[in-house]
Write a protein that binds this ligand. Structure first.
Ligand code: C5P
Length: 230
């Protein structure tokens, strides 16, 4: 890694994960001996590239303070917001006195515990000299349909379709501006979409398919399998 490059990690972890139908937010469900969130944070810490990790946690979250990582010297806690983008902005604000506009920020979902050091380094090494930044993504192997009310409207050209993963890597200043100017826009479901609306074309970096997001109950068994395989 280049000594003069500063990278921060931002982890939105303030969601409730309704689709899991569990008794607690999905980032606190047990997975391979730890919570999902502990796996995710340990993977970011072990990559050895981040000055600090800024984590957005819901103010009513009783689980976070009980985790040993909550008092880790490299972890900064920020208050989560209503939408994912609000949580990311809050985490960005928590490092405003330490981060420079040209520093890199890698935003990574708390619910993606199988991220590898290899993919973190691939993203950083591919984009380190880029002006804007980009995201890890997966090519689509399925034929994709657009549909409404249970009826197909058309078939999408899958050569142009990518599934957006995280981390998503952008400059601190540009990302903060883009998320601030698009605040409240329901079309903003990841960081890249805020940059796209601002007129930029972030890069695609092909990531590993085991970097899954825990969304439904069966995803936990799949994540367990991937962690064992890795
Ligand atoms: O719900 P979904 O899986 O899309 O959430 C992606 C990530 O964003 C999760 O890590 C979740 O905890 C986080 N999030 C957040 N604040 C919200 C909503 C989601 O930090 N208000």
């Amino acid at each position: 890694m280049n000594q003069s490059m500063t990278c921060w990690a931002v982890v939105p972890a303030a969601g409730v994960g309704k689709r899991m139908n569990a008794d607690r937010p999905k980032q606190y469900l047990p997975l391979h001996g730890q919570t999902v969130l502990e796996h995710t944070l340990t993977r970011l810490l072990n990559a050895n590239v981040f000055t600090a990790l800024a984590i957005a946690i819901s103010p009513e979250d009783p689980y976070w303070p009980t985790l040993p990582l909550a008092s880790h010297a490299q972890i900064i806690t920020a208050a989560g917001g209503k939408e994912r983008a609000d949580s990311v902005l809050s985490a960005l604000t928590s490092i405003r006195h330490r981060a420079q506009a040209h520093d890199w920020v890698l935003v990574h979902d708390a619910a993606r515990p199988c991220l590898t050091t290899e993919d973190i380094h691939l993203l950083i090494n591919t984009l380190r000299n880029d002006d804007v930044g980009g995201i890890l993504a997966l090519a689509s192997h399925d034929t994709l349909k657009s549909a409404q009310h249970g009826q197909i409207l058309g078939t999408l050209n899958r050569n142009h379709i990518w599934r957006a993963l995280t981390p998503q890597m952008f400059r601190y200043g540009l990302l903060t501006e883009a998320l601030t100017s698009t605040r409240g826009n329901p079309a903003i479901t990841d960081e890249a979409s805020a940059l796209e609306i601002a007129g930029y074309h972030p890069k695609i970096v092909e990531g590993r398919p085991d970097n899954i997001k825990i969304t439904r109950p069966e995803d936990l068994a799949l994540a367990e399998f991937y962690l064992e395989q890795q």
